[in-house]
Design a protein around this ligand. Structure first.
Ligand code: DOR
Length: 424
């Protein structure tokens, strides 16, 4: 593979508290180190004016394969990930069949290896067939390589099952990634319950449906000593509960998506199903609370919840269209425009939530530019301006909530295991 040197970039590696202009040397797929002086015989990438950081990690992605190949495949999803600057994605198990067997985990690894784009970590089901009735074979799934457990897409309504899942996962030191929602409170809902849903006459999903489930999950994590990661946090109540739980030492972490920190329920006035997500886009006070949670560290991770759906599905009436938006290719720009540029997060804090923090939660030996680490590196042009043209997205599905948006900042070179996998 040889030597590759990235020269003159602003290297930001929160795992080593590094933020300075320097060179980064890679050899045979591994990081050699910073401050290297070119010898002259290495492949050189000039990163002047660019940001060089550990390869970004998206810990919440739906790759849809097997069973949903009309929406996305592992090959198209991982290519979209590269374009978004991600060198590792963790894929969710709400496929058909769900990822609840060793064979299913192996299938994902095999498809990802064949696509040969970015790394894929596998999140496996908590319950068999995602039915919320019987625990999946957690031990076997860990043996196959699953890094975390979730029934994402559906909440785990049965508290006894959730408690046993925490106890079981504790034996393997694996987190449970919770899609926190009380289903009885959200049934039939299409958007956040509030003034806008009232005006539009659309059935709402109350914030309390999330608040109550997050409180339950925290109580179960606290009593079992298990590890809870709250996915796509969307309410003020969740942020407050997670903040309090962290303060008393509960093993809880949390993530927020770009659509939840960028948009509000006002977007639904368009009746466009590309704003229909679960949990729903909330009102301003919730969005402000999410940003506060990002700022004070209550929220550890930014993840896309990339949820591709084919056009014909999203073109249905709002109450019939599926929940979800694609996000891999717009996440980084929204982090730059909505969190870094307004001064909510520094570059280092933002990159931390997209590298070392998700790596730590999933137990991945990644998210760092320390010597000896796998050479997964993302080079970002923070000034690059572009417009979101849905048809130009590399994801197989084009259901973005940001069609036509003028964006700033994008990944320009993505290196996976020392090899340049994507160049814009
Ligand atoms: O909006 C969403 N879409 N939320 C989820 O929890 C699941 C996801 C999907 O799989 O489409």
């Amino acid at each position: 593979m040889g030597r590759l040197i990235i020269v003159g970039g602003r290297v930001i590696d929160p795992s080593q508290q590094v933020d300075r202009v320097t060179n980064l040397l890679i050899e045979d797929g591994k990081i050699v180190g910073l401050d290297a002086v070119p010898r002259g015989d290495e492949e050189t990438i000039n990163a002047t004016g660019k940001i060089v950081c550990p390869g970004l990690i998206d810990m919440h992605v739906h790759l849809r394969e097997p069973g949903g190949e009309e929406d996305e495949t592992i090959a198209t999803g991982t290519l979209a990930a590269l374009s978004g600057g991600f060198t590792t994605v963790a894929c969710c198990p709400n496929t058909d069949p769900p990822i609840d067997t060793q064979a299913a985990v192996h299938f994902v690894f095999e498809r990802a290896a064949r696509a040969d784009h970015c790394h894929v970590a596998v999140i496996a089901c908590v319950s068999k067939n995602r039915e919320g009735k019987e625990l999946a074979e957690i031990g076997q799934l860990v043996e196959a390589g699953a890094v975390a457990f979730s029934d994402d897409g559906s909440p785990i309504a049965n508290a006894d099952l959730m408690r046993r899942a925490f106890q079981y996962c504790l034996m393997f030191d694996k987190p449970i990634l919770s899609h926190a929602e009380i289903p009885e409170l959200t049934a039939g809902g299409v958007m956040h319950e509030g003034l806008v849903s009232l005006i539009l006459g659309l059935q709402g999903m109350p914030a309390a449906a999330e608040d109550a489930m997050v409180a339950r999950d925290i109580a179960l994590a606290e009593s079992t000593g298990g590890r809870l990661h709250v996915m796509h946090v969307s309410t003020m109540g969740s942020v407050q509960a997670i903040r309090r739980a962290k303060a008393r030492g509960v093993r809880v972490t949390a993530e927020v998506t770009p659509h939840h920190f960028t948009l509000t329920d006002e977007a639904l006035r368009s009746f466009d199903s590309n704003f229909k997500v679960n949990p729903p886009l909330r009102s301003r006070e919730h969005v402000d609370a999410l940003i506060e949670g990002l700022v004070d560290g209550t929220i550890d991770v930014i993840a896309s919840d990339h949820a591709p759906h084919a056009k014909e599905k999203k073109l249905q009436e709002l109450d019939r269209a599926p929940f979800g938006v694609v996000g891999l290719e717009t996440t980084l720009s929204l982090v730059i425009m909505r969190l870094i540029e307004p001064g909510h997060l520094t570059w280092s804090q933002a990159i931390e939530k997209m590298t070392v923090n998700p790596a730590r939660i999933l137990g991945l030996n990644k998210g760092t530019l320390a010597p000896g680490a796998d050479a997964d590196v993302t080079i970002i042009d923070p000034e690059l301006r572009w417009q979101v043209e849905p048809e130009e997205l590399l994801s197989k599905s084009k259901n973005t909530a940001f069609a036509g948006w003028h964006m700033k900042g994008r990944a320009v070179t993505v290196i996976v295991g020392g090899r340049v996998k994507f160049r814009r």
